[in-house]
Design a protein around this ligand. Structure first.
Ligand SMILES: *Cc1c(COP(=O)(O)O)cnc(C)c1O
Length: 363
């Protein structure tokens, strides 16, 4: 995990959105990278606002960032966790009339107005208030009593496809709906939305994936720095003859003699079985095609192209690295970089390089 790359990515995005404020999304243990190490780096790089999905994640985050950092809980206050939101200074996103009611009674209990984010559903049908909900709020102003709305947000469904007409439509709908809410700063874009251009930046952007090096779309080279490198040990090397079977189901049989290596990473480590027979590992600048099925704890690669004696048992090969990005691995497994990162297991050790201290100098 390259902490300097995370700091670089944060500052790059903040520069890109100029006048808007760049928050940082660290849900799911900072996309599997480790929130305890990642969040302080983001704070030192200038992030003042963080988003998590669950209240528990917010509580965990609270203990590793300074008290002035604002933490927003995307899933909102569950009735049994609303008191903890107050206790730990977590700002919930209110996604429904029910959640508004929960937070409002919490403010009565707290004896003071409580800050909240209101989410509107601008077209994704996942979270947020509908037009009908806004009608209800208009009819009874009491429903919002005790709420201090400090942000109105929505989320784009198709932002990774810049030409998709839903982007513009959702933006229009978001602006229309937020005009019916108490006046507050606006937030629409996550990582991909930032790259749709300034019209989509509004007041606050909420990148997650881009901070961790995932490409925001497929329209050009990825401008972000790679953060994750995944290496695993070679356990065993052998030579096989034409027709010999490799791995479960013997789905690979070479048509000429091959030299192969068994590598200590498998689907239990988050290296998907859907990547069986797809793509390659790398040893320095030599590609090592993945042969046959990925096992739970190991996979097999073809090392025939490695000059004799260079690669030995106990040496490491790259599964994700300078030659194969998180997005490449995802594509080979028919998924997205988000799922690759958040699936990375807890059996191998996470090593953090760089200290991302340089960003403090200018502060
Ligand atoms: C996860 C999430 C984000 C961050 O999305 P990325 O695509 O990772 O940048 C932002 N906003 C909401 C509501 C989210 O759920």
């Amino acid at each position: 995990m390259d902490l300097d790359a995370i700091a670089f990515n944060y500052r790059y995005l903040q520069t890109l959105v100029a006048g808007a404020s760049c928050a940082a999304v660290v849900k799911a243990d900072a996309y599997g990278l480790g929130i305890e190490r990642v969040a302080p780096v983001l704070e030192r790089s200038g992030a003042k606002e963080f988003f998590v999905a669950h209240v528990d994640e917010g509580i965990r985050l609270r203990s590793v960032v300074s008290a002035k950092v604002r933490i927003t809980v995307l899933h909102g206050p569950r009735p049994d966790a609303a008191a903890e939101c107050v206790q730990y200074g977590l700002r919930p996103v209110l996604n429904s009339l029910d959640q508004i009611a929960v937070w409002r009674s919490q403010s009565v209990r707290a004896g003071k107005p409580l800050e909240a984010v209101l989410q509107v559903d601008s077209g994704m049908s996942r979270f947020g208030l509908s037009d009908g909900d806004l009608d209800v709020l208009h009819e009874d102003e009491m429903l919002m009593d005790g709420l201090k709305v400090s942000l109105a947000m929505s989320h784009l469904a198709c932002a990774d496809a810049p030409e998709h007409p839903a982007n513009g439509a959702q933006r229009q709908q978001m602006l229309k709906m937020s005009a019916r809410l108490p006046s507050a700063p606006l937030s629409l874009s996550a990582s991909s939305g930032i790259f749709l251009g300034p019209d989509y930046h509004l007041d606050v952007v909420r990148p997650g994936a881009a901070l961790y090096g995932i490409a925001p779309n497929q329209t050009g080279p990825n401008p972000l720095s790679a953060v994750v490198r995944l290496q695993a040990h070679v356990l065993q090397i052998r030579e096989i003859l034409p027709g010999e079977g490799v791995g479960y189901g013997m789905t690979y049989r070479p048509d000429r003699p091959r030299k192969i290596a068994t590598v200590a990473v498998g689907y239990a480590d988050g290296f998907s079985r859907h990547g069986s027979g797809q793509g390659c590992a790398w040893f320095e600048d030599i590609s090592l095609p993945i042969l046959g099925r990925v096992s739970m704890d190991s996979l097999i690669v073809d090392i025939s192209d490695v000059p004799e004696g260079r690669l030995k048992a106990d040496m490491m090969v790259d599964l994700i690295g300078p030659r194969r990005s998180v997005d490449d691995v995802a594509e080979a497994a028919g998924t997205i970089g988000y799922e690759v990162l958040t699936s990375l297991g807890h059996r191998f050790c996470r090593e953090y390089v760089g200290n991302a201290e340089t960003s403090q100098k200018g502060d």
